[in-house]
Design a protein around this ligand. Structure first.
Ligand code: GLA
Length: 384
């Protein structure tokens, strides 16, 4: 892949690049939609990457070529404006934030290409943001650390992209470590690396190959609902800042009189945080069956209480339940389509995955895709 991108860069700009940046996608074992609620998540970076090449140029333009899409943009760095290309807007939104931080931006040439499937819930967008931000940071000697890049990207998502997401994806892409998942507290931002040892079991992602149209509006609706819940909580309990601060045994009392759907959302978040801790305990104890059960419970909550699943994801999880080699499965990421994450017996991985995909196809007419992922290091910058 690197060679292909280098060749493309040379043909396009007539010179070699100065910098290679590689940024991974992520999985999330458990802790979904908890990040923007000050809760716990357990992501890991995976060996599917986005590759970027950069060099400076002497203009005030940022030239970017998206190899896989065969699309390019020329960004006027003096006059940053939204375009009608989503990938380009991710770049421009970040540049706006760099400027707001009073960081000078030199003209640059860039080519990028991705192995991370788009819309699959593996966070290609965070890899896009982190890879680009690291490149800009290096080229402009901005000296940003990982957390500053996460903050820039988070602000750009909210202000420029109108996506009211959390910090999990950028965090995973930047802080990933081989064979480790990371327990992150999204409130105080403390985190711990945990060995991801599944003994004779493996993680398999199965892509429904659907991404429902309302996925981003659905995501934002949930985020709005959670803000409403926070306001309701704070009216009576100003010391509780986030849904995740509500103790399980006080939720019933605190939520009396709320609209039914908000009670469900809050219950899901409080339960999911507990599941994350229980999953970590099961990981430490090597209790694979318990981990699997927690995945199924998480899906159940995402489907019925938080309401971010879809029939295709539910079907894949139901089909998985019918195979004893699969200990657990759930939808992964923002929802409304994308992948399920499955933990299943390593020696049966191919046969079982094929069977799940066949059954999915029989029911939906859609050819699913599967990915056997390894847990990898976070994003890195290589000087060429
Ligand atoms: C998307 C967002 C994340 C997180 C997940 C759901 O991936 O980008 O911040 O909210 O959905 O857990």
């Amino acid at each position: 892949m690197e060679e292909k991108v280098k060749f493309c860069f040379r043909s396009l700009y007539g010179k070699d690049a100065q910098l290679l940046v590689i940024a991974p996608g992520r999985i999330n074992l458990i802790g979904e939609h908890t990040d923007y609620n000050g809760g716990l998540v357990l992501p890991a970076a995976i060996d599917k990457y986005m590759y970027f090449l950069f060099s400076t140029n002497d203009s005030n333009k940022g030239n970017v070529y998206a190899m896989d899409l065969d699309e390019s943009i020329n960004i006027d760095l003096e006059n940053l404006r939204k375009t009608n290309s989503t990938w380009a807007n991710y770049f421009i939104g970040l540049l706006v934030e760099f400027k707001l931080e009073r960081l000078a931006i030199k003209g640059f040439d860039c080519v990028f290409s991705s192995e991370i499937p788009i819309g699959a819930g593996m966070s290609s967008s965070a890899a896009l943001e982190c890879g680009f931000a690291l490149g800009m940071d290096y080229i402009n000697r901005a000296g940003l650390g990982n957390w500053e890049i996460i903050n820039l990207s988070h602000r750009s998502n909210h202000k420029f992209m109108n996506i009211y997401g959390g910090i999990m994806d950028q965090f995973a892409s930047l802080f990933g470590r081989a064979q480790k998942c990371m327990l992150l507290d999204c409130d105080d931002r403390t985190f711990e690396y945990k060995d991801l040892i599944l003994n004779d079991h493996a993680v398999v992602l199965i892509n429904t190959k659907v991404q429902h149209e309302h996925s981003s509006s659905g995501y934002n609706t949930r985020s709005d609902e959670c803000k409403k819940i926070e306001a309701l909580i704070q009216e009576q309990h100003p010391q509780l800042k986030k849904i995740s601060d509500v103790p399980l045994n006080e939720l019933n009392e605190i939520s009396k009189g709320w609209p039914e759907h908000l009670i469900c959302r809050a219950q899901y978040i409080v339960d999911e945080n507990i599941r994350v801790l229980e999953f970590c305990k099961a990981l430490k104890d090597g209790n694979i069956q318990r981990m699997g059960t927690l995945l199924y419970q998480s899906h159940d909550g995402l489907q019925h209480q938080f309401d971010v699943s879809c029939p295709e994801l539910d079907l894949l999880v139901d089909i998985a339940k019918a195979r004893e080699e699969v200990v657990g499965a759930r939808m992964m990421g923002g929802g409304f389509g994308g992948c399920t994450i499955n933990i299943m017996k390593s020696d049966k991985v191919e046969e079982v995955t094929q069977d799940l995909m066949n059954k999915y196809h029989e029911n939906t007419g859609i050819e699913a895709e599967s990915y056997f992922v390894n847990i990898s290091e976070g994003a890195k910058v290589v000087l060429l």
